[in-house]
Design a protein around this ligand. Sequence first.
Ligand SMILES: [Zn+2]
Length: 476
Amino acid sequence: MFTSNNRLFSSSITAIFFLAAFLFPVNLFSQEKSSITDIRLWESATEATIIIELTNSVKLSELKDLKGRRSFFDIEEATFKAKIKQFDLKSKFLEYIQFEDLSKFDKVRVTFKLPRGIRSQIFMLPKNEHKKERIIVFLRHPKDLLNQKAEKELEEVRKLKALGKKIIVIDPGHGGEDPGTSGNGVVEKKYVLSVAHLLKAYIDRDSRFQAFLTRDGDYIIPLEGRRQIAEKLQADAFVSLHVNSINAKSVNGFEVYYESTEGAKNEAARLVAEMENKDEFADLAASDTESDSDSEEKKSMTKTQTDEEKKKLLEKQAQNIHRSRLLAEALEKSMRDAKFGIKSRGVKREGFKVLHSLEMPSALLELGFISNQTEAKVLNLYATKTKIAHSIYQGLADFLSAPANEKLDTAYLNYMKKNLPNLSAAKKEKTHIVAAGENLSTIALKYNVSLSQLLKRNDLGMKSIIRPGQTIIIPE
Ligand SMILES: [Zn+2]
């Protein structure tokens, strides 16, 4: 399946370089110092990620620039057995990366050189059930190039829309360094990508629709990024694909999720805070040039405008939640009717970050529990995959060909009318900007809040990735 229309987001991963030959045994006798166990590089069309695996957690220095497009950072309390080694990687994002053991200072210096115009960021990925602590060096194209690409894609979407086609964005969950869950022969990131390809094929065969994938290879995309891709493509529907896993091995079945009241409320609070901050800046600018009475008048006008905007925002949300519910119901019914050997656990609601959009109806599917051995076997059958993909396509088609439904979710609207005065409080919440080397545990510790509260308030999971510069809300 490779037509020019499909190419928008299928530029895909081009290569994975493994430097795992570089694997060192863990030194049992020096437990304080962390040693580097693996270095590898993932590359997609728009970005590359160098992953440095370690035995223990470490601190990173700031990233410093040198002459000649070179940068370096130090890994504190770490050793590198090869003393010094440089890697030449065939990548359009990297010229070389060098590791040097500075044993006098108990640290390893990492120096790298980038091709012209490539930007870098470093951050830590906390360890999870499968992986140890990792340092990520994130390399990407400069913004202007990305914008040119976005412009081209938008042009194609405009043409498709002019032909009356509806756009469906499929989001295969996880990817790259984030494998999702795994067990019983299924790795989530791979499984959902293969279902996504089958689903795209079914959708594209139908002349009424055109599907796009948020990722078409094995690489990381931040959660907001997935939603933003769909919004940029002016999607008529958005579906995120996942598989589930739980300690209780007997639990089985598929689930269809759409935005929860709590999730929508948090998103509304965020948008309102943004709106009000913008107005404060406008007020400041106005007070410089106008007389007091003028700016007072302007202020009250701005306030009415903001109230009007808030009302519109909530109505838009309420309408989209209603449409998302219809989408979720259509998907659940179609999947249940397809009888592919996995029972329905019904339509549910959860404040998943990928579902916060106001622009398009969105649903998230948990296709089954891979922690259940029987279900994992069923899921792994090619016949099951095609039936799942076809039933999702059918559900989407049913939803998109139904007469337009402009109803609002009145329960949400009524709830929010009560909560509207509290919405502005959101901007007074304490926030923290992530610095290099920090992870969610160290941030929780710093502000003396529990990790679980911190995760919940920010809609993050144990496996979520945070980046330097990202804003984290500190719960009270
Ligand atoms: Zn998942």
